[in-house]
Design a binder for this molecule. Structure first.
Ligand code: NAP
Length: 260
């Protein structure tokens, strides 16, 4: 199926590795021009070069910490200066720390708000003026917005806010024919998931392999997802092939979530 991404201009945040990288790679393979960012220049430059080498696509690399409003503005402006418009935006960031909700300080709540919710508002607000009819925005949240995860209260609360933002903006941007959707990763094999498994192993006294085996046992397809699995679903939702899908939340979880 031709997704219609050839020549489209996409922004993908937090893309030097993990889910963001998987999405940038899927878009680049389908012929989009992709502007990626992350906080560390070395990381983002290395990833951009490997995407260029693999796909031959035009890739821009920018340093942007999405908790910094001026850096978001600069990233979007650099992309528009280079390519003139934006067709697709993938909104991503690192995850907030784990721990019991009531043990989190006000400062931790505030920084989770900036990292997860306000970064989404700011990236979308910066990109929309440069989007034309047919533009597409996709956020990444978590299965916790449907089924809260133990010790991930900050993530659950802030990502539920992002899900509310998506549904709100699907209405508000529909008049401009801009679509807004949300993608839930179940357990996709990335460094973040490896770190969460290590923390769970320390708490439980199990080995990391045992923790991982337990989580795979809960997934009907009996494996972790790959960044390719996630990237393909994201590329579809960001593409013209998904022209009549807006305000939707799709799960890429191998059947893991139990809610209907
Ligand atoms: P990851 O493997 O740790 O990758 C995180 C990426 O984000 C890196 O490229 C990192 O690059 C960049 N980054 C982190 N903080 C940033 C910031 N403030 N500004 C810009 N870039 C930033 O994580 P992941 O598994 O891909 O997860 C991505 C998001 O999805 C996280 O919020 C995570 O909690 C969420 N999530 C993931 C899963 C899963 O199954 N993997 C499940 C549920 C939710 P630099 O270090 O160079 O900045």
């Amino acid at each position: 199926m031709d997704l219609g991404l050839k020549g489209k201009i996409a922004l993908v945040s937090a893309a030097s590795k993990g889910l963001g990288y998987g999405v940038a790679r899927a878009l680049a393979r389908d012929g989009a021009k992709v502007s990626i960012c992350s906080r560390e220049a070395g990381n983002v430059e290395r990833t951009a070069q490997s995407l260029r080498d693999e796909t031959g696509a035009d890739i821009l690399a920018s340093v942007c910490d999405v908790t910094k409003p001026d850096q978001i503005t600069a990233w979007v402006e650099q992309t528009v200066a280079a390519w003139g418009r934006i067709d697709a935006l993938l909104v991503n960031a690192g995850g907030p720390p784990g721990g019991l909700a009531l043990e989190m300080t006000d400062a931790q709540w505030q920084s989770a708000f900036e990292l997860t919710l306000m970064s989404s508002v700011r990236m979308i607000r910066a990109a929309v003026p440069h989007m034309t009819e047919g533009g597409s925005i996709l956020t990444i949240t978590s299965s916790s917005i449907r089924e809260p995860i133990e010790r991930l209260g900050l993530s659950t609360v802030m990502r539920s806010g992002v899900a509310g933002l998506v549904k709100t903006l699907a209405d508000e941007l529909a008049g401009k024919q801009i679509r807004v959707n949300n993608l839930i990763p179940g357990r996709i094999d990335t460094e973040r998931v490896a770190q969460l498994d290590e923390a769970a192993a320390k708490r439980s006294g199990l080995s990391v392999e045992e923790v991982r085996a337990q989580s795979i046992a809960r997934i009907p397809l009996k494996r972790l997802g790959t960044t390719e699995d996630f990237g393909s679903a994201a590329a579809f939702l960001l593409s013209p092939a998904a022209a009549y899908i807006t305000g939707a939340t799709l799960r890429v979880d191998g059947g893991m979530m139990r809610s209907i």
